[in-house]
Design a binder for this molecule. Structure first.
Ligand code: NAD
Length: 486
């Protein structure tokens, strides 16, 4: 299968925070790969804007290093790297002061798409929006891309929305959630809405439950003090896991159109039931050695921390389609494998004509986001051979990684796809302001509840599947978690 590349319109993309970690690891190497794929038009320019006092040459050297380190096999194409670097410019700028703004205004061209990527701390979003406006750099068609976290609760998210709304309309604001840019996540919508096969079964009558797992092997490491102020609920569930849940649970939008899709997602968030305290398990990873060495509290530099590095929740959706089918969500750090999966676990057949078969399994549609993006549907078949009617489970593999490239590395990274969507002016895979606020409105009472109760996270061993109590969350309901494995 050869993927088609459709070039986007000519653009000036300003990356505020262009010398930061996210720009270095994801945005700039991603743009290079799009350049290599032929998607970036001849005259398009990428302008780094950050505090570092460097010039175009310094920025090009920085980006070259970033491509060498994070560009994958694309980095070997040295001639293309050199051509790409010519598209780059740099302005030293102060988001909160006057330095650099006149220079940036002077660089911008008319008649091309203007996009501004706010890859800086959220505390600077307001200042950037205001200055872009003051200096006449943003036009009514300009787009801004804002990074996570989008607030830390409903109040701060509302404030942030209101600040951005002073200078930009909703159709100009692209709130990024890179989970939505993953090939598999979009394929989930294709599988659901472009095939007649699944949709009739996609409801509480046929689906027993859904599991969404985002497991990481890393701890909070160098960003412990920052992470300690948020925790897994704010850092992962409110945004990434919530978005995945919405895509599984939403009704068919009337069209694949940004607002039609986001309207349906919003309805799902509104239908989420409050989560009961018994349906929440929070955990903190222990140290590997004696005492607290290597533990979450040590990494967070806070011996008394009650912030969770792991969370599992049972979530109910109060609507006709899903009443009675729980969604179990879990995410955590220092777990046994780096693996993200959505598993749709179907109900058993109403009556087995084969008797009590050992090894009988339900059908499961497994949607893997990482590693090895792809989908597998497990089905029961007859074990081949003359040994009578014995059943066995086989996977119907819908993986597309191999189909798209020798080893799957040709699949565009989520950031690449999303940045190209910004240039195209397509907001389908970006969160709308009301969606983010609704997600916080559901999240806030859950957090307030455990804070009021003084709940302490349970310890779990690094390299495990999380706290024991999380296993019980499913055992209690006669179910079990899927194995966390790469
Ligand atoms: P970083 O600290 O590595 O980089 C910050 C950048 O902002 C630098 O380029 C710096 O020069 C610039 N900057 C700081 N103050 C400035 C000012 N007053 N004026 C102009 N520029 C200024 O941060 P990061 O890790 O790249 O994160 C950037 C944003 O992306 C944050 O909102 C973060 O939450 C979000 N994010 C980062 C990651 C990641 O993996 N790094 C992942 C998801 C989201």
């Amino acid at each position: 299968m050869v993927s088609r590349v459709i070039p986007v319109d000519c653009f000036d993309l300003v990356v505020f925070g262009g010398t930061g970690d996210l720009a270095r690891r994801k945005i700039l190497p991603g743009l290079f790969r799009r350049f290599l794929a032929g998607q970036i038009p001849e005259d398009a320019r990428i302008i780094g804007a950050a505090r570092a006092e460097i010039d175009d040459t310094g920025f090009r050297a920085f980006v070259k290093d970033a491509i060498m380190e994070f560009g994958g096999k694309a980095a070997k194409q040295t001639e293309a790297v050199a051509q790409f670097l010519e598209r780059l410019h740099y302005v030293a700028i102060d988001a909160k002061g006057e330095v650099g703004w006149a220079a940036l205004a002077g660089l911008m061209r008319d008649d091309v798409v203007r996009a501004f990527y706010f890859s800086v701390a959220p505390a600077l979003f307001g200042a950037l929006a205001e200055r872009l406006h003051q200096h006449g750099i943003a036009s009514p068609e300009s787009r801004i891309v804002v990074e996570k976290p989008f607030g830390r609760d409903l109040e701060s998210a509302q404030k942030l929305n209101a600040t951005l709304a002073l200078h930009f309309t909703e159709h100009q604001i692209y709130r990024i959630d890179h989970y939505l840019g993953k090939e598999t996540v979009q394929n989930l919508m294709a599988v659901r809405f472009a095939n007649i096969l699944f949709e009739p079964l996609w409801n509480a009558r046929h689906i027993d439950h859904v599991q969404i797992t985002v497991a990481e092997t890393v701890g909070v490491g160098g960003r412990g003090a920052y992470y300690d102020k948020s925790g897994a609920m704010r850092d992962m569930v409110q945004n990434h896991l919530m978005q995945l849940l919405c895509l599984i649970a939403m009704e068919a939008p009337y069209r694949f159109d940004p607002d039609a899709v986001r309207d349906e997602k919003l309805k799902v968030i509104h239908a989420l039931e409050p989560v009961r305290p018994d349906d929440i398990v929070r955990g903190q990873y222990r140290g590997t050695g004696k005492g607290t060495a290597g533990s979450y509290c040590e990494d967070a530099e806070n011996p008394d921390s009650r912030t969770e590095s792991y969370i599992a929740l049972k979530v109910d959706i109060a609507n006709w389609r899903w009443k009675g089918t729980p969604f179990y969500l879990r995410t955590g750090k220092k777990l046994r494998a780096r693996a993200s999966e959505i598993a749709i676990v179907f109900k058993e057949v109403p009556h087995s004509i084969f008797g009590e078969e050992e090894g009988w399994r339900e059908n499961v549609l497994s949607i893997r986001l990482q590693p090895n993006e792809g989908m597998t549907l497990s089905v029961m078949i007859k074990e081949p051979g003359p040994g009578g009617m014995r059943l066995t489970e086989v996977p119907l593999d819908m993986s597309f990684a191999e189909a798209l490239g020798e080893d799957g590395t040709d699949i565009p990274d989520a950031y690449e796809r999303l940045i190209m969507d910004v240039i195209r002016g397509n907001q389908t895979l970006f969160m709308r302001g009301d969606e983010v606020e609704a997600a916080w409105a559901w999240t806030d009472p859950i957090i307030a509840g455990w804070e009021a109760r003084g709940d302490k996270p349970r310890g779990y061993d690094p390299g495990s599947s999380g706290p024991e109590d999380a296993l019980m969350l499913l055992h209690r309901d006669g179910r079990r978690w899927r194995e966390i494995r790469e």
